[in-house]
Write a protein that binds this ligand. Structure first.
Ligand code: PLP
Length: 410
């Protein structure tokens, strides 16, 4: 019979038909080739703090190293208890009531938990409301799990706050969940309390689960205040996601969590499903779990980094200002997270294919960014800049983006 001989194609499954994750897509591949050919590429494409001189907080490393001799076995499939207790404590302090260690699942980063929690929920064709622009894993994971991502608009004119009207307009009988990314990647928006209250009201009225991706909840600028949406919705089933990758700059530890809050008595079947999936992956990486307690209980060095005089505060300031100074470029000043999402005036820069735009920028100026459509933004008029590079490098990169824009200006 036929084997996998030279003439046989091995094709990907149909499950991947609508699955797309451009942050590590074709433009990055080309950047790698250019780098191998000796070019210096200025990387503004990925939210990974480590390569830009951000060190892991020493107390996290110490705790992980101290525990390493006892971290070589599998743990409970939800994760080790001291870490889950620390997570419970943290959300109690944040005003989310009635949560205990059984409601906490640790994961190999938030990424694994996004897939797990959607996988346990969605039947084919179930709809999930996801912001546009979004962190594209949400859209990709909803599709992979057989769901249908439905994008609601965030309003650039209104500081990128989600449009509650658009959400309402897009709810159908098949809508199961509302995804909220706050602080937002890629826009840097931090949602106001009145908007969050309206979102809760909509979810309540339509019986939606709330998935709150709050992985940037301690990366806040200008004294922006972050509210966990679950703290406003004690009567709704909420899943709140967080982790160590960003707030503690240890993305490589692959350490994250999801916390279930609200009335669990109506969700027994769903929770059983989650438990099956948690058991199937055996457990998350155990050494990474040992950093959680030290991180949540200790000194929060992120608080200094986000000050106007701190590295992150200064870089975000510089990037937003320099981008706004370019002709035909405007951006909302980020209130949180690690990104700016500038708009290109389509009259001045008539871009028809923004992936091509990102590729041309890379070829001509050796600057690596991700195009707006990579975040499920519907128009070809945005791109994302990561503000992790040192301020001087950001200045050089944005200067070169300006030079490139000159060449395509109408
Ligand atoms: N959620 C958002 C909004 C993110 O930006 C990221 C990473 O960039 C993740 C989740 C995934 O993080 P983790 O490293 O915990 O998998």
């Amino acid at each position: 019979g036929p084997g996998y001989g030279v003439s046989m194609q091995v094709t990907q499954s149909g499950k991947l038909t609508n699955v797309c994750y451009d942050i590590r897509g074709p433009v990055l591949k080309r950047a790698r080739q250019l780098e191998e050919a000796g070019h210096r590429i200025l990387k503004l494409h990925i939210g990974n703090p480590a390569p830009f001189g951000f060190e892991a907080p020493p107390e996290l490393l110490q705790d992980m190293i101290r525990n390493l001799p006892d971290a070589h076995g599998y743990s409970d499939s939800k994760g080790i208890l001291p870490a889950r207790r620390a997570v419970v404590q943290r959300y109690q302090d944040q005003g989310i009531a009635g949560v205990d260690v059984e409601d906490v699942y640790l994961g190999n980063g938030v990424s694994e938990l996004i897939v797990m929690t959607l996988q346990a929920l969605l039947n084919d064709g179930d709809q999930v409301l996801i912001p546009a622009p979004d962190y594209p894993l949400w859209t990709a994971a909803a599709s992979l799990c057989g769901g249908t991502p439905v994008h609601y608009l965030c309003d650039e004119q209104n500081g990128w706050q989600p449009s509650v009207e658009d959400i309402e307009a897009k709810i159908t009988e098949r809508t199961r969940a509302l995804v909220i990314i706050n602080p937002n990647n890629p826009t840097g928006a931090v949602y106001s309390r009145p908007v969050l209250e309206r979102l809760v009201e909509v979810a309540r009225r339509h019986g939606l689960l709330i998935f709150a991706d709050e992985i940037y909840d301690r990366i806040l600028y200008d004294e922006a205040a972050h509210t966990s949406i679950a703290s406003l919705a004690p009567d709704l089933l909420c899943l709140t996601f967080g982790g160590l990758s960003k707030n503690y700059r240890v993305a490589g530890f692959r350490s994250g969590w999801v916390v279930l809050s609200g009335p669990k008595e109506h969700a027994e079947s769903y929770i059983e499903g989650l438990d099956i999936l948690a058991n199937m992956r055996l457990c998350p990486n155990v050494p990474g779990q040992h950093a959680i307690q030290a991180a949540l209980g200790g000194h929060q060095s992120i608080d200094e980094l986000v000050l106007p005089t701190g590295r992150l505060g200064e870089q975000r300031d510089r990037a937003a200002k320099l981008l706004n100074d370019l002709p035909g470029v405007s951006c909302v000043r980020p209130q949180g997270a690690l990104y700016v999402f500038p708009r290109l005036d389509p009259q001045m820069y008539p871009i028809v294919d923004d992936a091509r735009f990102a590729l041309d920028l890379l070829e001509q100026q050796n600057i690596l960014v991700v195009q707006g459509t990579g975040f499920n933004w519907p128009a070809h008029d945005h791109f994302r800049v990561v503000t992790l590079q040192y301020a001087d490098e950001l200045e050089e990169a944005i200067g070169r983006i300006g030079d490139f824009l000159e060449t395509i200006r109408r």
